[in-house]
Design a protein around this ligand. Structure first.
Ligand SMILES: Nc1ncnc2c1ncn2[C@@H]1O[C@H](COP(=O)(O)OP(=O)(O)OP(=O)(O)O)[C@@H](O)[C@H]1O
Ligand SMILES: [Mg+2]
Length: 421
């Protein structure tokens, strides 16, 4: 069996962190078996080397190795990509196509970002994992394949299971062995080593003398949170190598390259941003706006009923749940009597309003509708502008743009289609 050191050298894995060494060792141990492996760890920690190690040390090494980024394939085509399709299975399916599971027969498939797989695809995947069977899209013929699966994810799979976005049975089937890679901030001993390696690589690439960090810069490097892990460290080493005139870099120079330096020091270990949790500011803002829009629609519905019926008590009784929905939240700290008064105040509309007043109120209602549409539009414009700028900044690279925008590649893909970009 090849040693951990030799494998790290072969696959360009820098560092001597005990946790990373243990992960490489685990990969070497499971490689000769057909056990499914799930590689976990934050974005940019180096998960992609693990399936390569496993494949090349397995009896499948002469077979195919196919890496599939599940998050980057549109939902509509993913089944066909993975399992193939029959001619005429859908519009545009002019020929029968073999999917990755057929092509990689006897080899290994690396399912990157497996947490992004749509639920129907998860069902198909479970079947292949259980008995090697799959069916092409649009076919009824069961086919067999012999593929080893290594999957990777940078999201918390238990949360996905809780939210019913990922099947629990599939999770356990995929993670017979889990190999976790630690975030860079927990590998302090490797940070400067990695930086020096990247600086030397870029000096060679750009034919310039190697940049060198002064002591205070090294200190800053070690304190920084490194949310993007090794990928971020590598990018920063490249930027500094190219942009700085001086080859000796101090903390002040380095600060310019570290985003959110103020809020990131001292290093705080916080949860990674996740799509759908609205944990970044823009998404929180969108969520608040859309919630407000929904509340407004509910209120409009209620107001219209009151105007038409004129009997506030009856409307209250009949729309108990709607009223509860609009006024029922955040009640814990509110005096119930006060709340009741508030409700009554909002709901007090003159009974039997004369026709002209009703008409007047309706005109206002339609006016409100226009305003709301405008606001939604400008919100979309803003979103479109943000996406365009991010894509421009990253020269059309969706992965990097999605990362910057704090959304998944799949969501970005949908938005690109929605806005026809
Ligand atoms: N130990 C290491 N030594 C040298 N380079 C590394 C190491 N680990 C990662 N890298 C480099 O860091 C970058 C990110 O690694 P990788 O693509 O494997 O991340 P990942 O964990 O798959 O992230 P994501 O979840 O975003 O896909 C790559 O350029 C890779 O070569
Ligand atoms: Mg990856």
């Amino acid at each position: 069996m090849e040693s951990v050191q030799a494998i790290k050298q072969r696959f360009g894995i820098i560092g001597d962190d005990p946790k990373v060494n243990r992960s490489v060792e685990k990969a070497i141990q499971v490689a000769p078996t057909d056990i499914s492996v799930l590689v976990t760890g934050e974005s940019g920690v180096g998960k992609e080397s693990i399936p390569k190690i496993i494949h090349s040390l397995s009896h499948r090494k002469h077979g195919k190795y196919i890496a599939v980024n599940c998050g980057a394939i549109p939902e509509g085509t993913i089944d066909s990509e993975l399992f193939g399709h029959e001619k005429g299975a859908f519009t545009g399916a002019t020929q029968t196509r073999n999917g990755y599971f057929e092509v990689a027969d006897g080899g290994t498939i690396f399912l990157d970002e497996v947490g992004e797989l749509p639920l129907p695809t998860q069902v198909r995947l479970l079947r292949v994992l259980e008995n090697g069977e799959f069916i092409k899209v649009g076919s009824s013929k069961v086919q067999k394949t012999d593929v080893r699966i290594v999957a990777a994810t940078n999201i918390n799979m238990f949360e996905s299971i809780k939210k019913e976005k990922f099947r629990e049975d599939l999770y356990y089937r995929l993670s017979t062995v889990e190999i976790n890679l630690p975030p860079l901030r927990e590998r302090k001993g490797d940070i400067h080593l990695l930086f020096r390696k990247f600086a030397a690589d870029f000096a060679l690439k750009y034919k310039m003398p190697t940049i060198r960090l002064e002591d205070d810069a090294v200190e800053l490097l070690l304190k920084y949170r490194w949310g993007g892990n090794i990928r971020q460290l590598r990018n920063i080493a490249e930027q500094i190598s190219v942009l700085e005139q001086q080859r000796s870099i101090n903390a002040e120079d380095l600060k310019h390259y570290l985003p959110d330096i103020g809020s990131n020091l001292p290093a705080i270990i916080s949860e990674k941003r996740k799509e759908g949790d609205f944990s970044n500011e823009r998404e929180i803002l969108y969520k608040v706006l859309f919630d407000m829009k929904n509340d407004l629609n509910d209120l409009k519905k209620l107001t219209l009923k009151l105007m038409e019926d004129g009997d506030s008590k009856k409307v209250q009784d009949e729309n108990e749940s709607l009223i509860q929905k609009i006024y029922g939240e955040d009640e814990e700290d509110i005096d119930t009597e006060e709340l009741e008064n508030e409700r009554m105040e909002v709901l007090q509309i003159p009974q039997n309003s004369p026709k002209s007043e009703l008409q007047d109120a309706r005109d206002k209602y339609y006016f409100a509708e226009e305003i709301e549409e405008e606001e939604t539009l400008s919100l979309q414009d803003k979103e479109l502008e943000l996406i365009k700028k991010s894509l421009e900044r990253h020269a059309g690279k969706r992965k990097a743009a999605a990362e910057e925008l704090g959304i998944s590649e799949r969501t970005l893909y949908r938005k690109i289609k929605q806005y026809d970009l």
